[in-house]
Design a protein around this ligand. Structure first.
Ligand code: ZN
Length: 225
């Protein structure tokens, strides 16, 4: 089977498109495979999108999307009918859920930049950009008094950066389209395959909830509105 064309890689703003059904695997949940998709598949610390795939006769609620061997598997349930092979359908990502994921993911990167501007050159560990308790981690730890002093300064600094209304853009690498460059204007481009707000002011107020040491890492927990 040909690999699924992932439209979010080129354009994070597309939330709907038409596509062709390549396969439907019945089960609980069912799996729908198409030639292309606007759904973001879970990965890079970001949860997958949710949404709807529809044809004139059937409706499928997408609960989770993962990519395996280049094929996007749309897990979910049919709320009406069932798709047939080669049928052309319309898909729509839930804008509210995508927007929340965008804000969470972009805020994580801005925390990197805020720490750097406060004089902390930390090596990033994993980021967890799920709506339930998002955090970013860095190698190393800090003493409790320094963590306590840092928290309000970090919250101030990250919100000053966000309020500058910096555009966020993505571009694909010609020689390796799987790896995508993300740039927040004024900051060094980084490799990032996730989805983002198109402007930092769209995040709203970023709250730094907690800074703690966790198994040799500094974990910064945060939240967005
Ligand atoms: Zn990222």
């Amino acid at each position: 089977m040909e690999i699924t064309q992932l439209l979010y890689l080129q354009d994070m703003a597309i939330l709907d498109c038409s596509a062709c059904i390549l396969d439907v695997l019945q089960g609980e949940p069912c799996v729908v495979i198409l030639d292309r998709t606007v759904f973001y598949p879970q990965g890079g610390g970001q949860p997958s999108d949710k949404g709807i795939i529809r044809s004139p006769h059937a409706s499928f609620e997408v609960q989770k999307v993962v990519v395996e061997n280049g094929i996007a598997l749309h897990y979910g349930i049919f709320t009406q009918g069932v798709f047939s092979q080669q049928e052309v359908v319309d898909m729509q990502v839930s804008p509210a859920i995508r927007n929340l994921h965008n804000k969470n993911h972009s805020a994580g990167h801005l925390i990197d930049y805020a720490l750097l501007s406060l004089g902390y050159s930390l090596i990033s560990g994993k980021g967890y950009h799920f709506p339930q308790g998002p955090y970013v981690q860095y190698q190393g730890t800090l003493e409790q008094n320094e963590r306590e002093a840092l928290l309000p300064r970090l919250e101030d600094t990250v919100n000053v950066i966000a309020s500058r209304s910096l555009p966020i853009s993505v571009s694909l690498q010609e020689n390796d389209p799987e790896r995508r460059i993300m740039t927040v204007q004024g900051y060094a481009p980084i490799l990032c395959g996730g989805t983002h707000v198109i402007n930092t002011q769209d995040i709203g107020h970023i709250t730094i909830r907690k800074i703690k040491n966790e198994k040799g890492y500094l974990r910064v927990s945060y939240s967005v509105p």
